[in-house]
Design a protein around this ligand. Structure first.
Ligand SMILES: Nc1ncnc2c1ncn2[C@@H]1O[C@H](COP(=O)(O)OS(=O)(=O)O)[C@@H](OP(=O)(O)O)[C@H]1O
Ligand SMILES: [Mg+2]
Length: 427
């Protein structure tokens, strides 16, 4: 698969959208983009053509191995750091879930798409990804009590007409796990694994937080999506992993670049106090990442949701104009935006859902720690740090803004003034 960016409706919004292409052309069309900045530290990551390395099946029951996500040679994080065991398990779980999603995205069938009560599309891959993460975390961390706050539940899958879908999911899960574990799970195991994600989270104890496919619409379109997994400890995000199978390994600021299959697929991760890292989903090469050092808004570019229904593009435009941002918005799906921001592909992420929408913790937990450990800040529109201790939802003022420490004061000011101006104009 190649990956390209396309200009989207330039006359209306001057936005750039990033879209992996199923075609072999792999061109990224140019536009009024920010200056191209090759992501040099990652060049060596492009040299490894292989995808996951698989273990030959053994006869032991669900034998864990470390090969889905080999140890990083950079090993820049101290081995004494807490959460290393959990990080290894999370990387492995997210990498295997990404593999399942890639399989499905490549051969997506119409019958895989179902309708949830909220009418958002949910796929076989959503369920399969959630089951994989739950099963792998349980296998890799058997002694720990397990709590998972996750997006999906099995209610629709338990219906009579869903048996065929369930069987397909179970087959996909078994196929994916067989590369790492010698085990076979049943339909019942899969349903139980999916439903282990019903935890309410909260301020006490440890809770895994999972979006099995963040950016479902992007996934169905063949665009960006992420498997987003985080760990809360006493209400704080202490670990985050973003598997972004369609995110190029080099900066997406360069819209003229085009990518071959071995040049896409990122695993971004962070643990508290230890920095943020980027690893190829294809091999173990790892680099430490940092947010952009841009301090002049005129040199900044910003990310926002691809879907206008998810974020107010007009408000972002007003904020960018007030700040003096010259570049058009970069619209990509999912927490891949946090990942791209964390490695400095752009300097700002603006997210302003329509009135009444309540943000879910799984849409921000992993992304926010990857960005903050890369030196950035994520707040709501009032400048409050995001609070993940309130249960399945974030309790916040208006929207989410993310940038580096130098730009945040000016950004916050522009956000607050723009919101005020917008409210006044609606009176
Ligand atoms: N109405 C509305 N407003 C705001 N946000 C919404 C809304 N509806 C859904 N969602 C959530 O947005 C998640 C997708 O993230 P993004 O908005 O970054 O994606 S996109 O760029 O718009 O595709 C998306 O995550 P997934 O459901 O995992 O795809 C949703 O949790
Ligand atoms: Mg989501």
């Amino acid at each position: 698969m190649a990956c390209r960016a396309a200009i989207s409706l330039p006359s209306l919004c001057l936005a750039r959208t990033l879209k992996p292409s199923a075609s072999a052309s792999g061109r990224i069309s140019s536009g009024s983009a920010p200056p191209s900045k090759p992501y040099r530290p990652l060049r060596h990551l492009l040299l490894a053509p292989s995808r996951f390395r698989f273990l030959p099946p053994s006869f032991s029951h669900f034998r864990p191995s470390s090969r889905a996500c080999p140890a990083s040679p950079v090993a820049a994080m101290s081995s004494s750091s807490s959460y290393q065991k959990e990080l290894a398990a999370a990387k492995k779980a997210a990498s295997l879930a990404a593999r399942l999603c890639q399989t499905v995205q490549k051969a997506i069938l119409k019958s895989d798409v179902h309708s949830k009560a909220d009418k958002s599309p949910v796929t076989v891959a959503d369920y399969g990804s959630q089951a994989i993460v739950s099963l792998v975390l349980n296998k890799e961390l058997p002694s720990e009590s397990f709590s998972l706050v996750a997006e999906e539940d099995s209610a629709d899958l338990q219906k009579d007409d869903a048996q065929e879908t369930l069987e397909r999911i179970t087959a996909l899960v078994n196929d994916t796990l067989s590369s790492e574990y010698n085990t076979v799970v049943s339909d019942k195991d899969v349903l139980a694994a999916i439903d282990s994600g019903k935890s309410e989270g909260g301020p006490h104890g440890r809770h895994w937080v999972l979006d099995p496919i963040d950016g479902t619409k992007g996934f169905l379109r063949g665009d960006q999506y992420a498997i987003a997994l985080a760990l809360l400890d006493e209400g704080k995000v202490v670990l985050g992993v973003l598997a972004c199978p369609n995110l190029p390994l080099t900066s997406i600021a360069n819209v003229d670049a085009h990518y071959s299959e071995n040049q896409i697929g990122c695993l971004l991760y962070a643990t508290t106090g230890e920095g943020a890292y980027l690893q190829s989903l294809n091999d173990s090469s790892t680099v430490k990442i940092n947010v952009s050092t841009v301090d002049n808004p005129a040199d900044a570019s910003f990310f926002e949701s691809y879907e206008a229904a998810h974020s107010l593009h007009d408000l972002s435009k007003a904020i960018a104009e007030k700040l003096g941002v010259q570049a058009p918005p970069v619209r990509i799906d999912s927490q891949a935006k946090y990942g791209a921001l964390a490695r400095g592909d752009g300097a700002i992420y603006l997210r302003f859902p329509h009135k009444g929408y309540r943000e879910k913790i799984w849409d921000h937990a992993a992304g926010s720690i990857v960005v903050t450990e890369a030196g950035g800040i994520a707040t709501d529109a009032a400048g409050n740090h995001l609070d993940f201790s309130k249960g399945r939802h974030l309790d916040l003022d208006t929207g989410i803004i993310v940038t580096n420490k130098k730009l945040m004061p000016a950004l916050l000011n522009a956000v607050q003034e723009s919101i005020k101006a917008q409210s006044a104009s609606h009176l």
